[in-house]
Structure formats: C-alpha cells, structure tokens
Design a protein around this ligand. Structure first.
Ligand SMILES: [Zn+2]
Ligand SMILES: [Zn+2]
Length: 340
C-alpha cells in the first residue's frame, strides 16, 4: 500500500440539492499532522440518510459521505509519529479543535467546531480520505476491514453506556434492533447487566438479536408495564421514545441514542420524572471511547461480523442508501475494489 501515483480520484458526492453524483476530484492533500487513508470498508447509517435528505447539523455541501471506516495508511504528513505506511487503521471521524471549553473538559463530542469526516469534511466514500493522525487507531489486520469499520458505532455505544452511568447488575431495556441497539445489547451483556431485553417490532431483527446472544427479544407491544433501570432509545422513533419513558424504573435513566429529526418533539409525564427521580440523558456520537472500542471489538468480533449483512461497491452508493432506508438489514457497508 503506497502513496497514490495519480493526483485525481473517484468519489461519491452528495450535493445540497440532495443529488448523489460520482465525481472525479483531487486526491486530498494532507496537513503535516494528517494521514491519507485508502478505505477498506465503510458503513452507512442514519446520519448519511439525514445528510442525503435534509442535512445533518454541521453538513458542508457538497460533501463526500462516509464516516464509519477502516483502511490502510498510504501517506503521512511531515509531523506524524507513531504511524507508518501500510498500517491498518480504524478512524474516529470526529475532528475536534482541542482548545474550546468542551474539548478542555474531556467532552470532545461537544466541541464548538466539531467537524466530522464525511459530514463537515470529505469522507471515505472515495479512493482516498484524509484524517488527522490522532484520529487513526491501529487495528489488528486479522479483524478484517468490515469488522474494523464497526468500531465507530461500537464507540458510540460505549459512550451511551457510560452516559447511563453503567449497566453492571442492572436490568436493561433497549428499543431498536438495528446496529446501535444490537451493539448496546451485546455490550450490556459483556459489561455485566443482570438482564437485557431488546424490543423491536420486526420479527427478523428479533431473530438476529437471539443469534447475537440476546435471548430476550420481544415486540414492543408485548412489553407490558415492567420497568427497567436503564432504557436505551436506539430506534430513533417517537413511539419508542414515548413508551421508553414510561418503562424507566425508580432512580433509572433513559438514554437517547437514536437520532430523531431535528424538528421532532415529544411529550413526557413530568410527575413521573419527579416521583421516580428519573434521568433523561442524550448520548451523541462516540466522545473519547474510540480506543476502548478498538479493544472491545477484538472480544466481540465474531458476534459482530454477522451483523454486516448488506454490502455494496462504494460506487453503488445510491443503491446502498436505498437498501439501508428500507430498514430490512442491520448494517449496510460499502466495499472497495481490491480491498478486503
Ligand atoms: Zn454512523
Ligand atoms: Zn473543541
């Protein structure tokens, strides 16, 4: 894997008018503290749908999408240490300033000038992508590109678990059997939750949850009134949120992981909030959990691999997004010619 010989590359571009185009553009030039990565695999998720259809906060059109990716380092800026050409990396897409109030108190995901790769700057749906070297984490090649590209959503889930103040010894309920919900269920079990229940209306997703080692996967209509210490709303759906608030146990917490539309509102019962001393917290992206996600992924790789059930060549981005939007698959990924 060596530096590109040509100055131009192919890329997928989403324009402000929501059109998807295949473009020929310059290979990104790298800053002294950046690396150039040749992507192996790149997941697409709800964020990409938001970017495509109406914009996601911080979107810089026209944008090359792709923020959940793995790949090989092919070029390094002059100041980069600790990485070398050929390194297999997973990339934390969240580029932060390191200097604002939120960065200084260790809340990088709240950075005033957060510029995620694939949202606010060019992403991985291209022959090459540039990233700050500090965002690139070396991963064991044996994991494979597809599993390594799942480290980003895993890091988001680890942040959500931390936002809940821990699940060990607790009863956990998760709404949504997509990537985030399934990873939350898998990791909750790993972190010692007493009981993990996943709720999703789709029987197919419940079967996949069972196969991923989550024995209690039910339809939301069958949940009844039983309450839980920690409830994750990972469906990004208003009915799930409304039901979720009602099912939080005394002193419990509801963690909003799912991304609803910016304009959506929801109601809750403030008396219940007071009476049960509930907490409702949001969990946004992966914060500082990327290094931990690299470690945890090596323990759960075999459970995670079957969740990647839909793959398209990167240049078929439109078909990939179309598949993903149908909600019938768990994780849609883009793959790249000649890359594993
Ligand atoms: Zn994502
Ligand atoms: Zn900052």
């Amino acid at each position: 894997m060596t530096a590109p010989k040509t100055k131009s590359m192919k890329a997928v571009q989403i324009a402000a008018d929501h059109s998807i185009r295949l473009i020929e553009t310059d290979v990104p030039s790298i800053e002294p503290d950046e690396v150039l990565v040749k992507p192996c695999a790149c997941g697409i998720c709800g964020t990409d749908l938001h970017i495509l259809h109406h914009g996601f906060p911080g979107t810089h059109y026209p944008v090359i999408p792709g923020h959940e990716f793995s790949g090989h380092v092919v070029d390094l800026g002059s100041d980069v240490t600790g990485l070398k050409e050929g390194d297999f990396v997973a990339v934390d897409p969240n580029v932060t300033c390191g200097a604002c109030r939120w960065c200084k108190i260790g809340r990088p995901n709240l950075c005033e000038t957060l510029t995620p790769i694939g949202v606010g700057r060019p992403g991985a749906a291209a022959d090459y992508v540039a990233a700050p070297a500090r965002n690139a984490f070396v991963v064991n090649e044996r994991l494979g590109g597809t599993v390594a590209a799942m480290i980003e959503p895993l890091a988001c889930v680890l942040h959500a678990l931390e936002s809940s103040q821990g699940v060990a010894g607790k009863d956990v309920l998760i709404f949504g059997g997509g990537t985030m919900g399934l990873l939350a269920a898998i990791v909750s079990r790993l972190k010692g939750a007493d009981r993990v229940v996943l709720a999703d209306p789709a029987p197919g997703k419940r079967t996949i949850a069972n196969a991923a080692g989550v024995p209690e996967a039910v339809s939301p209509v069958d949940l009844g009134n039983e309450t839980f210490d920690v409830v994750f709303e990972a469906a990004g759906a208003k009915p799930a949120l409304t039901q979720a608030i009602d099912l939080v146990q005394k002193n419990g917490v509801l963690v909003q992981v799912g991304v609803l539309d910016e304009t959506e509102t929801a109601t809750f019962n403030p008396f219940r909030l007071y009476e049960r001393e509930l907490r409702i917290v949001g969990s946004n992206s992966c914060a500082d959990k990327f290094p931990e996600a690299v470690d945890v992924m090596s323990d759960i790789a075999d459970t995670v691999r079957p969740l990647i059930d839909d793959r398209h060549l990167v240049w078929d981005f439109e078909a990939a997004v179309g598949d993903m939007a149908k909600g019938l698959t768990i994780k849609t990924q883009l793959h790249f010619e000649g890359q594993r």
